[in-house]
Design a protein around this ligand. Structure first.
Ligand SMILES: N[C@@H](CCC(=O)N[C@@H](CS)C(=O)NCC(=O)O)C(=O)O
Length: 211
């Protein structure tokens, strides 16, 4: 089987989810790393018509949308099974993925982390009103995720799954800023889960650097 290629920047939470999954499966891949803040590779719209990252290619298959890429990697390569078989647990893992995509990412990353950490790094001024306005949604997302992992080791139950790899990059960035630290301090199950996750090689080897 040929090596897949992953396109996107290492700092992207979604790209990191794919990198973690590839590492967990023991899959070697080519990483076409670029920073879209400095410009997009020529022809990138052919890989991703909505101009987002990541994009993924393998054996003539071109994919975008992170959950689809993760499901493909899990099914196409050898290595540990990364989705539970049991129907309720499988549904719960997909629910966690959707909580990230539909509720957590916008509040935690777009409206809080980017404003608090990235905008000043790029020489701009944080939009404090936007950050303040997002905190209710951040709080709801973090407390929901805390409840989902409460009483179990991972989002899919006893074994690590794609859901854990989808949630980790977003909460890693939350843990880097005061707003996120406060909310995670009120989420004991999620904090314990983050500690379990950070001990994994796939997580430690993909920690992003914002320069
Ligand atoms: N639904 C997409 C979301 C991907 C996404 O939002 N990626 C962000 C970076 S983490 C991005 O490409 N941002 C670039 C932009 O919006 O210009 C997926 O699942 O892959």
């Amino acid at each position: 089987m040929s090596k897949p290629t992953l396109h996107g920047p290492g700092f992207s939470t979604y790209v990191r989810s794919v990198r973690i999954t590839l590492a967990e499966k023991g899959v070697e891949y080519d990483f076409n790393e670029f920073n879209f803040l400095e410009g997009w590779p020529d022809g990138y719209e052919k890989l991703h018509p909505f101009m987002k990252v990541p994009a993924f290619e393998h054996d003539g298959l071109a994919l975008y949308e992170t959950p689809a890429i993760l499901v493909y990697i899990n099914a196409a390569f050898d290595g540990p099974a990364l989705l539970p078989e049991q129907p309720a647990m499988r549904a719960k893992t997909l629910q966690a993925v959707n909580v990230v995509d539909n509720y957590a990412y916008d509040a935690i990353i777009t409206r809080t982390f980017i404003q608090r950490a990235l905008v000043p790094k790029l020489g701009g001024e944080s939009n404090e009103a936007m950050i303040e306005d997002a905190q209710g949604d951040c709080q709801r997302a973090i407390s929901v995720l805390d409840a989902m992992v409460s009483g179990q080791d991972y989002f899919g139950g006893d074994n690590v799954s794609l859901a854990d790899f989808h949630v980790t990059p977003v909460l890693h960035y939350a843990s880097q800023i005061p707003e996120g630290q406060t909310l995670l301090g009120q989420a004991p199950a999620l904090t314990a889960w983050m500690e379990r996750m950070s001990a994994r090689d796939s997580i430690a080897s993909t920690v992003p650097s914002l320069g």
